[in-house]
Design a protein around this ligand. Structure first.
Ligand SMILES: [Zn+2]
Ligand SMILES: [Zn+2]
Ligand SMILES: [Zn+2]
Length: 332
C-alpha cells in the first residue's frame, strides 16, 4: 500500500509506492515504449493485455474510457480511521496512508496522440475528466484532485497509447499549496487575484502572449522552469476547474490544441506534460486562487545545481519562446 511521508524539514509530502518495486538493477533509463502490436497494448480495448487486466470501468463514452490505475499512487479509503496522519519511529516522523484515487483516462484509438487529437476528442476527454472529477470529489478522504497528461517517454509516458490520468489525494499537492499561500499573501497586500493581475499585465505587454480565444489566454510563464513553459488561464476569475461549462471546455480544448501543436511544429517529437492546478475540493470558492493549466516541455534535464539549489536555469527566454509559439511556421 502506498504511503505518504512528510519531509520533516520542509513540510513537503512524498508518496512511497513500493508496489512497482524494482531491484536496483531493474531500473531502466526511459526510452520510447512503442507498442506496434495492438493486441499486446494494455490500453487497447480489444487486446489480450487489456482483458487480462480486468479493470473496473469508471466511465465509457464514444471515444474515451476510464479505468483504475494498475499501480495507484493513491488508493481508495477502506475505513475512516485510516484517513488521519500518524507519527512513526518514536513519534519522530509524520506519515499518512496514501488515500485517494488514481484513474487512467484512455483515448480508445491507439493511433491518435496528444498532437493529433481534434477538438471533439479533446473536448470529450475534458468532459470525462470533469465528470470523474465530480465523482472523486465525493470519495472519502479526497482533498485535492489533479488531472495530468504525459506525452513522450522523457515526460514519463510509460505506455505509448494516448491517455491522461487523474490523481485524487488526501493532502493538498505541495505545488498547489505553495501557489495558494502565495496568492493569499498577494491578495492580502494588493486586494486582487494575482492570476487575474498576471492576465491583465500579459495582455497589455503582449510579449509573452501566445494565443487567446473567447475564454482563455495562453502565455509563456515569466519565470519559466522549462524552455517554452506555457500556462493557460481562464480569462474570467474562476477558482475551480470543475465549474466549467461545455462551451468553455471547447475553448479550453482549442487553446490546448493550438499550443501543443505549435510546440510540436517547433520541436518535432517534443516530450511534454500538462497538468491542472485547481482549488482543493475542501474549499468552496476563492477570491485569491485562480485555476490554470500548465504545460511543461521536457527539453532540459535538471543537473546538480538545479536539484541542489532549487534554482532552475532555463536556456530559452519566455519572450523568445512566445514568438516561436505564435508563429511556428516561420522559425529559422
Ligand atoms: Zn493501445
Ligand atoms: Zn483570478
Ligand atoms: Zn500552477
Amino acid at each position: 500500500m502506498p504511503q505518504l511521508r512528510q519531509n520533516i524539514i520542509t513540510g513537503d509530502w512524498v508518496v512511497i509506492a513500493p508496489e512497482r518495486a524494482k531491484r536496483p538493477n531493474e531500473f531502466v533509463i526511459p526510452q520510447s515504449v512503442k507498442i506496434t502490436d495492438k493486441s499486446k497494448c494494455p490500453f487497447c480495448p480489444d487486446s489480450e493485455g487489456y482483458k487480462k487486466n480486468e479493470k473496473v470501468h469508471r466511465a465509457n463514452t464514444e471515444n474515451i474510457m476510464v479505468i483504475e490505475n494498475k499501480y495507484p499512487a493513491f488508493i481508495e479509503n477502506e475505513s475512516k480511521s485510516q484517513i488521519r496522519s500518524y507519527y512513526v519511529e518514536g513519534s519522530f516522523y509524520r506519515a499518512r496512508p496514501s488515500i485517494g484515487d488514481h484513474e487512467v483516462v484512455i483515448v480508445k484509438n491507439h493511433g491518435l496522440s496528444l498532437m493529433t487529437f481534434d477538438k471533439n476528442i479533446m473536448t470529450e476527454m475534458f468532459q470525462v475528466i470533469k465528470q470523474r472529477y465530480d465523482c472523486m470529489k465525493e470519495e472519502r478522504g479526497v482533498v485535492s484532485i489533479m488531472p495530468i497528461y504525459n506525452h513522450g517517454a522523457e515526460a514519463g509516458a510509460s505506455i505509448d497509447h494516448p491517455h491522461a490520468q487523474i490523481f485524487a489525494s488526501g493532502i493538498v499537492a505541495n505545488a498547489v499549496g505553495k501557489e495558494m499561500d502565495g496568492a493569499e499573501r498577494y491578495y492580502g497586500i494588493n486586494g486582487s487575484c494575482v492570476f487575474c493581475d498576471i492576465i491583465a499585465h500579459e495582455l497589455k505587454e503582449k510579449v509573452r502572449v501566445v494565443y487567446e480565444n473567447d475564454d482563455f489566454v495562453v502565455v509563456t510563464f515569466y519565470a519559466a522552469r522549462f524552455p517554452m513553459e506555457t500556462w493557460i488561464y481562464p480569462k474570467k476569475h474562476q477558482s475551480q476547474f470543475e465549474t466549467l461549462f461545455k462551451d468553455e471546455l471547447i475553448q479550453l480544448s482549442d487553446a490546448l490544441i493550438y499550443t501543443v501543436r505549435s510546440m510540436e511544429k517547433n520541436v518535432p517529437n517534443i516530450p511534454l506534460n500538462w497538468y491542472i492546478h485547481t482549488l482543493p475540493t475542501t474549499h468552496k470558492d476563492s477570491s485569491s486562487y485562480h485555476w490554470h493549466l500548465e504545460i511543461t516541455p521536457r527539453l532540459a534535464n535538471y543537473g546538480g545545481f538545479e536539484l541542489g539549489s532549487g534554482i532552475i536555469i532555463d536556456i530559452m527566454s519566455p519572450e523568445d519562446a512566445a514568438e516561436y509559439l505564435r508563429k511556428p511556421e516561420q522559425k529559422e
